[in-house]
Write a protein that binds this ligand. Structure first.
Ligand code: NAP
Length: 317
């Protein structure tokens, strides 16, 4: 029988799940002081040791086929994580470290089935990144009921249900790198937008869920964080503006999706509780949450700046 040793602080330890469902424990330790290098050299050649941040740990990623998600997936693969992509269409990435599980997150049966496949073949899970989302701008008086339920389902219910299914599969790690759950939220969580009331409500609910979950999960060694981007240059923003999205999306220049992807993957290494992009918009949004009259007073100016930004972008296209 193999003796299992707990990693001490001089070792960088990682649990590397393989796709047979078993877990190998790999440690990288420095040789004891005074050990002649030649003595080490005489040993059998050892297989190359993996000291990348990912260390072949499993990350479940939703929205991996989308504008931000695909860049998150690429960054994770570059860092040697195993990525389980949960989305309806296969992400356009060829890598043996990426597995696609076709899943409609809006259908609870499909979500449960995907989770049981993860349980059977890919557990333990090191991190979960919730990136899937959708927006259908419309004013409440004319909003389509199906669009309302889809937005609540995809932006709020699905991340909650998925978290419920995956938490028991998450490994807790005592070392420096804790397990993480990261939510890709939106500035709309703190910046209410006319015409996007349902999306804003779902994202505000998701923020509250993440903050509550953080309190529950921390004692188990699992850190929870959220990233709140303003508008991002992806198909989602293009679709949103075609369907009558708010010009407030253009008060600041829309973000490069890779900047958001980096902020998200950075959370796996330095997990903070909330990160707003751009930071200044986050400060303003949170002030407006404290005093909603501040938003009401500044809306005319914001609309003016946003309209100019939108027209500038349109003429450039
Ligand atoms: N773009 C922005 O301006 C912006 C700003 C702030 C926050 N965000 C947030 O960032 C996240 C990603 O946005 P994005 O711009 O990358 O959007 P995107 O390009 O439209 O991608 C959306 C992703 O969600 C997945 N998805 C949609 N419906 C699904 C369903 N029923 N089941 C499973 N997956 C589904 C899509 O995959 P399949 O279609 O393959 O299923 C796709 O991978 C979202 O949470 C969004 O709210 C975006």
């Amino acid at each position: 029988m193999q003796n299992k040793k707990r990693p001490d602080s001089s070792e960088f330890a990682c649990l590397a799940p393989n796709f047979g469902g078993k877990t190998e424990s790999m440690t990288v330790s420095s040789p004891p002081q005074g050990t002649p290098l030649a003595a080490n050299a005489s040993h059998e050649p050892k297989p190359a040791r993996d000291i990348s941040p990912g260390c072949r740990r499993t990350v479940v990623l939703t929205g991996a086929s989308g504008g931000i998600g695909i860049l998150i997936a690429r960054r994770l693969l570059d860092q040697n994580y195993r990525v389980i992509a949960l989305c309806r269409s296969k992400p356009a990435i060829e890598s043996e470290l990426l597995s696609h599980i076709a899943c409609d997150l809006g259908a609870s049966g499909s979500l449960a089935e995907a989770c049981s496949r993860i349980h059977e073949h890919h557990a333990p899970v090191f991190a979960v990144i919730h990136c899937a989302g959708t927006i259908s701008p419309s004013f409440m008086a004319t909003a389509d009921e199906k669009d309302i339920t889809t937005q609540i389902s995809l932006n709020l219910s699905a991340p909650i249900l998925l978290t419920r299914h995956l938490l028991p599969l998450m490994q807790t790690i005592d070392g420096r790198q804790k397990s993480c759950i990261v939510f890709v939220n939106s500035m709309a969580a703190v910046m209410p937008l006319a015409g996007s009331a349902v999306y804003a409500a779902a994202k505000a609910g998701l923020r509250s869920f993440a903050l509550s979950l953080a309190q529950e999960a921390r004692p188990r060694g699992i850190l929870v964080s959220s990233v709140f981007p303003g508008a991002v240059q992806t198909d989602m923003l293009i679709r949103e503006m075609k369907e009558g999205g708010s010009v407030l999306n253009y008060v600041s220049t829309p973000l490069d999706p890779d900047v958001v992807a980096k902020a998200v993957t950075d959370q796996l290494i330095r997990c903070g509780s909330e990160r707003f992009l751009p930071a200044i918009d986050g400060v303003f949004g949170r002030l407006c949450m404290l005093a909603p009259c501040l938003l009401r007073l500044s809306l005319p100016l914001l609309r003016f700046i946003g309209k100019r930004g939108y027209l500038r972008t349109k003429t450039r296209l």
